[in-house]
Write a protein that binds this ligand. Structure first.
Ligand code: UD1
Ligand code: MG
Length: 472
């Protein structure tokens, strides 16, 4: 890109309260598919490589600014004053940036409540703007139901005249289906001229950025570029729109994976975030939520009703009705049903964490099995061991978390309690109900006595007539 074509600045508008979200948090910090609107829009805009990446804030300004800075340190924060409106936001930005900006260049302006805005759409807009040599270009789309959006009003020759907001529009204007997406490219000189003369004489009493287009028109032509993908420019003003957009986006993500060879039984109840990776011939059963950097290898079967958060699932593994977080699951491992893997587990190939098993920071060796009703935390188990049902690692002494080490080829009897820190060697067998408090060497058999007491011919008190059953 030559200097003349470079993007001098991008101005992202994020000062609005987002009243219609009825939320304690600013609209831009709401999420779609696991990422905030703010981060999504910043990513799309930053990919164009603007010299200045700026963000206008006001409502909970410090909170929004902090979120933006921690996501992308390149961002320049601009404060909007108490005067409301998208036009005012741009006035504040131009004023704050005027020394850095100079007088010539190209400026991109975008709202921040369009979470699916992407690089392709923005590049298309920039290329169109340059090819037309207009003073300003607005990104538009056609909507079956344009309610709420500003309408694009054109003259008889099809040239853009102005934008009229829903609340200010006449009946004929309301019938227009072509809408403003709130993304614009301006030549800086045209923008400086157009933005100066805004007023708040409209139904909302705000300084509308949309009015700058009419002003820009007197300084040259205003172009309109239709977004190739309507979803990429859909704005979110309330939670109904958010749910609608999230659903439409998710349907696309599911379709993309199905086209790449993943079986998704019910895309309507399957939610897959953008960064998830899924191998060929994997199967996702209904009711699954696949979050963050989750990866699923070929032929794995996930679900039904499973949540994976930053989980790595190996080839042909099976995870049923479970929650797996920040854990690595090897090939052909069996998880579930009803298994809860908290962060930090590593289950090697062919191992198992069965029904009602909870694990945390557990390393389970190849072919080792924890089949039923157990808690295994801060524990390492070697290869080919089996842990009897109802076994607990008591890893917490009230102050520290302590480790349990169990070797390979170990048979842990049912209902064992490992009081950590403790270690058990290879090929050990432990008796049912043992409480293991001390180190056990390789090849040993260990059990702890818990004596059995017996009262013969015993009858409960109420049967003996001492007490009625209702008093028990
Ligand atoms: C705006 C447009 C409308 C367009 C629609 C597309 C105006 C006047 N209207 O309406 O033509 O069809 O977007 O979604 O521009 N903001 C500020 N400061 C403010 C007010 C808003 O920075 O004082 C920011 C908001 O944080 C938001 C963006 O500007 O990111 C748009 O504001 P919003 O209130 O959502 O405008 P819409 O009513 O959607
Ligand atoms: Mg909006």
């Amino acid at each position: 890109m030559s200097k003349a074509e470079a993007l001098s600045a991008a101005i992202i508008l994020a000062a609005g309260e987002g009243t219609r979200m009825r939320s304690a948090k600013p609209k831009v910090l709401h999420e779609l598919a696991g990422r905030t609107f703010l981060n999504r829009v910043m990513d799309a805009v930053d990919k164009l490589g603007p010299d200045i990446l700026s963000l206008v804030v006001r409502y909970q300004g410090e909170r929004v600014a902090e979120a933006a800075r921690s996501y992308n340190q390149r961002v320049t924060i601009v404060d909007q004053d108490d005067i409301p409106g998208t036009g005012r936001a741009v006035q504040c930005a131009l004023n704050a940036l005027k020394d850095k900006l100079g007088h010539h260049g190209t400026v991109l302006i975008t709202a921040s409540d369009m979470p699916l805005l992407d690089e392709r759409t923005l590049k298309g807009l920039m290329d169109f703007h340059r090819s037309q040599a207009d003073g300003a270009t607005v990104l538009t789309t056609m909507l079956k139901d344009p309610t709420g959006y500003g309408r694009i009003i054109r003259d008889q020759d099809g040239q853009v005249l102005r934008i009229v907001e829903q609340k200010d529009a006449t009946g004929t204007e309301l019938a227009v289906k072509e809408v403003n997406t709130s993304v614009y490219v301006f030549d800086l000189e045209v923008l400086n001229g157009a933005i100066a003369g805004l007023n708040d004489r409209n139904v909302q009493g705000e300084f509308y950025l949309t009015d700058a287009l009419e002003a820009a028109r007197s300084a040259g032509r205003v172009g309109a570029y239709a977004a190739p993908d309507p979803l990429s420019v859909e704005g979110v003003n309330d939670r109904v729109q958010l749910a609608h957009l999230a659903k439409a986006h998710n349907r696309r993500v599911c379709e993309r994976w199905m086209r790449q060879g993943v079986t998704i039984l019910d895309p309507e109840s399957t939610w897959i975030e953008d960064d998830v990776m899924i191998g060929r011939d994997a199967t996702i059963l209904p009711g699954c939520f696949l979050h963050g950097a989750t990866s699923i290898a070929e032929e794995a079967v996930i679900g039904p009703n499973t949540t994976l958060i930053d989980a790595r699932i190996g080839r042909a593994a099976r995870v049923e009705r479970s929650r797996v977080q920040e854990s690595t699951i090897g090939a052909e491992v069996n998880i579930g049903p009803w298994t809860y893997l908290r962060p930090g587990n590593d289950l090697a190939a062919g191992s198992k964490a069965g029904a009602f098993v909870e694990m945390k920071k557990a390393s389970i060796g190849e072919q080792s099995k924890v089949p039923h009703l157990s808690y295994i935390g801060d524990t390492c188990i070697g290869q080919g061991s089996n842990v009897g049902g109802g076994t607990i690692t008591a890893n917490y002494d009230g102050v520290h978390k302590n480790r349990t080490e169990i070797g390979g080829g170990v048979h842990v009897g049912a209902g064992n309690l490992f009081v950590a820190p403790v270690s058990v060697g290879d090929n050990v067998t432990t008796g049912a109900g043992s409480v293991i408090r001390h180190e056990v060497p390789d090849d040993a058999m260990v059990y702890s006595e818990n004596s059995q007491h017996m009262v013969e011919h015993w009858r409960p008190a109420w049967e003996r007539g001492d007490e009625s059953p209702s008093e028990r």
